[in-house]
Ligand binder design. Structure first.
Ligand SMILES: Nc1nc2c([nH]c(=O)n2[C@H]2C[C@H](O)[C@@H](COP(=O)(O)OP(=O)(O)OP(=O)(O)O)O2)c(=O)[nH]1
Length: 128
C-alpha cells in the first residue's frame, strides 16, 4: 500500500502548545493532532507545513526544528508523519477544518485522545 506523506507542526504560543481536534466528518474523527497535511507533488516539507497551517488555521509560523518522522499503519491507510516544532508569528487563529483547539502545556497534552501516529512524536517532544 502507498505511504501518504504528511507534515505536522507543534506550534508554540509563548509557553503553550496548540493541539487541534479533527471534526466528525474527517478521517480519524474527533482525534487530536497537530495541524498539518499531505505533501503535494513537488512541494518541500517546509512549504507544505507552512501552507497547511495557513490554510487550516489562518496563521503564519516560523519553523524551528524537525523531529523524527513516524511511519504508521492505520487499518485503511499508511502515513509517514513528519513533525516540526514551530512558533506562532502572526494572524488571527480561525479553525477552517477542525472542530476545536486547545492551547495546552505538556502535562495537559498527554491527556488528549491523539491520532495514533502522533504518540511517538508527542513522546519525543515531551522528553526534549
Ligand atoms: N495533519 C495531520 N494529520 C495527521 C496527524 N496524525 C495523523 O495520523 N494524521 C493523518 C490524518 C489524515 O489521514 C492524514 C493527513 O491528511 P489531511 O489532514 O491532509 O487530510 P484528510 O485525511 O483529512 O483528507 P482527505 O484524505 O479526506 O482528503 O494524516 C497529525 O498530527 N496532523
Amino acid at each position: 500500500m502507498k505511504t501518504i506523506l504528511v507534515t505536522c507542526a507543534i506550534i508554540q504560543f509563548e509557553d503553550k502548545i496548540l493541539a487541534v481536534q479533527r471534526s466528525e466528518t474527517m478521517k480519524l474523527p474527533l482525534k487530536w493532532e497537530f495541524a498539518g497535511g499531505k505533501i503535494e507533488s513537488g512541494e518541500s516539507e517546509l512549504d507544505c507545513i507552512k501552507r497547511e497551517v495557513f490554510e487550516e488555521l489562518n496563521i503564519k509560523i516560523e519553523v524551528k526544528e524537525r523531529l523524527t518522522p513516524v511511519t504508521h499503519q492505520y487499518p485503511n491507510f499508511k502515513i509517514k508523519l513528519i513533525p516540526f516544532i514551530a512558533e506562532y508569528l502572526s494572524g488571527e487563529l480561525k479553525l477552517r477544518e477542525h472542530c476545536s483547539f486547545l492551547l495546552a502545556d505538556k502535562d495537559e497534552l498527554i491527556t488528549l485522545d491523539w491520532a495514533e501516529a502522533d504518540l511517538p512524536i508527542l513522546k519525543e517532544f515531551i522528553e526534549l
